[in-house]
Design a protein around this ligand. Structure first.
Ligand SMILES: *[C@@H]1O[C@H](CO)[C@@H](O)[C@H](O)[C@H]1NC(C)=O
Ligand SMILES: *[C@@H]1O[C@H](CO)[C@@H](O)[C@H](O)[C@H]1NC(C)=O
Ligand SMILES: *[C@@H]1O[C@H](CO)[C@@H](O)[C@H](O)[C@H]1NC(C)=O
Ligand SMILES: *[C@@H]1O[C@H](CO)[C@@H](O)[C@H](O)[C@H]1NC(C)=O
Ligand SMILES: *[C@@H]1O[C@H](CO)[C@@H](O)[C@H](O)[C@H]1NC(C)=O
Ligand SMILES: *[C@@H]1O[C@H](CO)[C@@H](O)[C@H](O)[C@H]1NC(C)=O
Ligand SMILES: *[C@@H]1O[C@H](CO)[C@@H](O)[C@H](O)[C@H]1NC(C)=O
Ligand SMILES: *[C@@H]1O[C@H](CO)[C@@H](O)[C@H](O)[C@H]1NC(C)=O
Length: 483
C-alpha cells in the first residue's frame, strides 16, 4: 500500500512537470454549471405555472446541458451558420455538402486521444420532401482498420465507414451530437468505433421528422453521400450501419428504404454491407414510461406533416404551455422529464383515440416491411423502454412476411443502454466480418442469445460517470493522463 502511494505521488509529479507550463494555474473547483448562467425569467415561470422547486431543477439541468456544448453550441458556433452563404452554394438535390469543416478544432471536445473530427452541413429532405440543410460529424481513427482481402495500395489510406445513427439526444439544435463535447454517445459507440479503426459518419437528424425514422434514414444516407463527396479518398464506399434506440429505428428504416423496389439511393445502396440495430423502438406509442414526453416531442412538429393536427388534440392547455416553454429553452429530454409532469395534467385523457395516433404509427413504427439484409438486431431482455416482446413481435412479423437474412440476438439481464456494451464484442465482430466479405454465420432468420461470463448480479447495470470536459487551465490537476 505504501509503495503504491509512493508510485502515485511520482506519477502525479511526473504529470505536473509534463504539462510543461512552468507556472501552473491555481487549481479551481470544477462545477457543472461553469459555462452557463441560465435562469428562467418570471414570464416563463408564470406561463409554465411552475413551482419554485421545478424552477430550480430546470435551471440546474439547462445549465448542465449547455455546459456540454462545444463552442457554445449551434447558436454560437459559426460552423452551423449557413445564412450568409452565397445563393450558388445551395444545392438543388439532397446529399451534397453545403459547408465543409475539414478540421474541427478538438480543444472544445472531449473526444479520445488519437482521434480527429470533421463536420459537414449537407442537404437532405425532411418528412414532407422539402430540401433542407442538416449537420453531421465524422470521427476519424488514427490508424484505419485494414481488410487484407480487399487491400490495394490505392485504398490503403481510406478508413472503413460505419454510418452511426444516434438515439434521442433532444429535439432542438442544441441537442445535435455534433455539438456535444462527447458526441453524446461517447464510449458507447462512436469512440469505440474510431478506436477500432473505423471512420464514424454520424448525422444529426434534421428537426422536422425527428421521430420519423424514414426521414432519419434519408438524413443518414444523405450524410454518407456528402461525406464521401467531401472525402473521396479517405472513406471507403463500403459501409455498415449501426444505430441505437431511436437511431436503431432509423437504421432499420434505412434497410427498409434500400429494400424498396424504387428508391432514390442507388448510388450508395451498392456499398451497404449490412445493418446492426440496438434496442430499436418498433411501437412508438407503446414506449413506456414517459408518454407525456413522447406526445410533446412528436406533437410539437406534427402539424408540419399533418396540417390538420393541433397539439391540443394530445395535450392539455398546461401541456401545450410547457411544450412552448421547452421550445424556448431548447430543453433536453432531462428538462422534459421534470417539465412535463404530472402526466395526468399534461396529457389529454383521450389522446389514444385521436386519428393522429394511427397516422403517425404508420410513419413511426418499424418492421413488417421488406428490407435489405443482412440485419442484426440486439435486444436487452430487461429494457424498460423498448420491450423485448415488442421487438420480438416486429421481428416475427417481418420474418414471416418478408423473409431475409436477419439475426435476432437477445441479451439476458440487460437494459436499454446496457445492450450496447454487453453486445459490443458481437457487433464489432459482425461489422468486421461484413467488411471482410465473410459469409454470415447462418442465412435466413434465426434467434440467438448471449449470457454474461460472471453471475449477472456482479455487473454494473447503469452508467454512473460521463466524460466531463476538463480543458480549462485551472483543471490541469484532473488530468493525470494528459501527458
Ligand atoms: C398551477 O399550479 C397550481 C399548483 O402549483 C395549481 O393549483 C393550479 O391549478 C395550476 N394552474 C393551472 C392553470 O394549471
Ligand atoms: C418562489 O420564489 C419567489 C422568487 O424567488 C419568491 O418570491 C416566492 O416567495 C417563492 N415561493 C415560495 C412558495 O417559496
Ligand atoms: C462557453 O460559453 C460561451 C458563451 O455562452 C461560449 O461563447 C464559449 O464558446 C463557451 N466556451 C466553450 C469552451 O465552449
Ligand atoms: C414542409 O415543411 C416545411 C418546413 O418545415 C414547411 O414550411 C412546409 O409548409 C411543409 N409543406 C407541407 C406541404 O406540409
Ligand atoms: C486496386 O487499384 C487499382 C488501381 O487503382 C484499381 O483499378 C482496382 O479496382 C483496385 N482494386 C480493388 C479491389 O479495389
Ligand atoms: C504498392 O505500393 C508499393 C510502393 O509504392 C509498390 O512497390 C507495390 O508494387 C504496390 N503494390 C500493388 C499491388 O500495387
Ligand atoms: C389549436 O387548438 C387551440 C385550443 O383548442 C386553439 O386555441 C387554436 O386556435 C388551435 N390552433 C389551430 C392552428 O387550429
Ligand atoms: C411477452 O409475451 C408472452 C406471450 O404473449 C407473455 O407470456 C410474457 O409474459 C410477455 N413478457 C413480458 C415481459 O411482457
Amino acid at each position: 500500500m505504501k509503495q503504491y502511494l509512493q508510485q502515485l505521488a511520482i506519477l502525479a509529479f511526473g504529470i505536473k512537470l509534463a504539462t510543461g507550463q512552468g507556472t501552473t494555474s491555481t487549481p479551481a473547483i470544477h462545477s457543472t454549471g461553469w459555462n452557463s448562467t441560465f435562469e428562467l425569467n418570471s414570464e416563463q415561470v408564470k406561463a409554465g405555472n411552475l413551482t419554485n422547486d421545478s424552477v430550480a431543477m430546470i435551471n440546474t439541468i439547462v445549465n448542465f446541458d449547455r455546459t456540454q456544448l462545444a463552442n457554445g453550441g449551434p447558436h454560437q458556433d459559426d460552423f452551423y451558420n449557413v445564412q450568409n452563404l452565397p445563393q450558388n452554394a445551395w444545392p438543388t438535390e439532397p446529399g451534397r455538402t453545403i459547408k465543409l469543416q475539414k478540421f474541427t478544432d478538438p480543444s472544445a471536445f472531449s473526444i479520445p486521444v488519437g482521434t480527429a473530427m470533421s463536420r459537414i452541413v449537407y442537404s437532405t429532405t425532411n418528412a414532407n420532401g422539402t430540401l433542407i440543410p442538416a449537420s453531421a460529424y465524422i470521427l476519424w481513427p488514427y490508424h484505419a482498420k485494414s481488410f487484407k482481402e480487399k487491400r490495394n495500395n490505392s485504398s490503403a489510406s481510406s478508413a472503413p465507414v460505419v454510418l452511426w445513427t444516434h438515439g434521442t439526444s433532444g429535439f432542438y439544435a442544441d441537442g445535435a451530437p455534433s455539438t456535444h463535447r462527447g458526441l453524446f454517445y461517447e464510449n458507447f459507440a462512436p469512440f469505440t468505433l474510431a478506436e477500432a479503426g473505423y471512420a464514424v459518419v454520424a448525422p444529426d437528424y434534421a428537426g422536422l421528422g425527428y421521430l420519423v425514422a424514414e426521414a432519419g434514414a434519408g438524413d443518414a444516407l444523405n450524410a454518407l453521400r456528402a461525406a464521401q463527396e467531401s472525402f473521396p479518398r479517405q472513406l471507403t464506399n463500403d459501409y455498415v450501419v449501426l444505430g441505437h434506440s431511436q437511431g436503431g429505428a432509423v437504421a432499420w428504416a434505412l434497410s427498409e428504404t434500400l429494400g424498396k423496389k424504387d428508391h432514390d439511393f442507388s448510388d450508395v445502396a451498392k456499398g451497404h454491407r449490412g445493418t446492426v440495430t440496438l434496442a430499436p423502438p418498433t411501437d412508438i406509442f407503446g414506449l413506456s414510461p414517459g408518454i407525456a414526453n413522447f406526445l410533446s416531442w412528436i406533437g410539437k412538429d406534427l402539424d408540419k406533416i399533418f396540417p390538420m393536427f393541433n397539439l391540443s388534440d394530445w395535450l392539455t392547455p398546461l401541456g401545450v404551455k410547457r411544450t412552448e416553454l421547452a421550445n424556448q429553452l431548447e430543453g433536453s429530454q432531462m428538462v422534459s422529464s421534470v417539465l412535463l409532469v404530472p402526466e395526468e395534467e399534461i396529457v389529454q385523457p383521450d389522446w389514444k383515440k385521436t386519428w393522429a395516433v394511427k397516422a403517425f404509427e404508420s410513419l413511426g413504427n418499424r418492421g413488417n416491411r421488406p428490407f435489405k439484409g443482412p440485419l442484426l438486431i440486439l435486444q436487452g431482455m430487461e429494457d424498460p423502454y423498448v420491450k423485448y416482446n415488442a421487438t420480438l413481435s416486429a421481428v416475427t412479423k417481418t420474418c414471416q412476411n418478408h423473409p431475409n437474412d436477419l439475426e435476432f440476438l437477445t441479451i439476458s439481464n440487460t437494459n436499454h443502454f446496457g445492450v450496447i456494451n454487453a453486445g459490443k464484442q458481437t457487433w464489432l465482430k459482425w461489422i468486421e466480418d461484413r467488411f471482410s466479405h465473410k459469409p454470415l454465420a447462418r442465412n435466413g432468420f434465426f434467434k440467438s442469445q448471449l449470457d454474461s461470463l460472471l453471475p449477472q448480479e456482479n455487473y454494473r447495470k447503469t452508467q454512473k460517470s460521463f466524460s466531463l470536459w476538463a480543458g480549462k487551465p485551472e483543471w490541469w490537476y484532473e488530468l493525470y493522463t494528459a501527458a
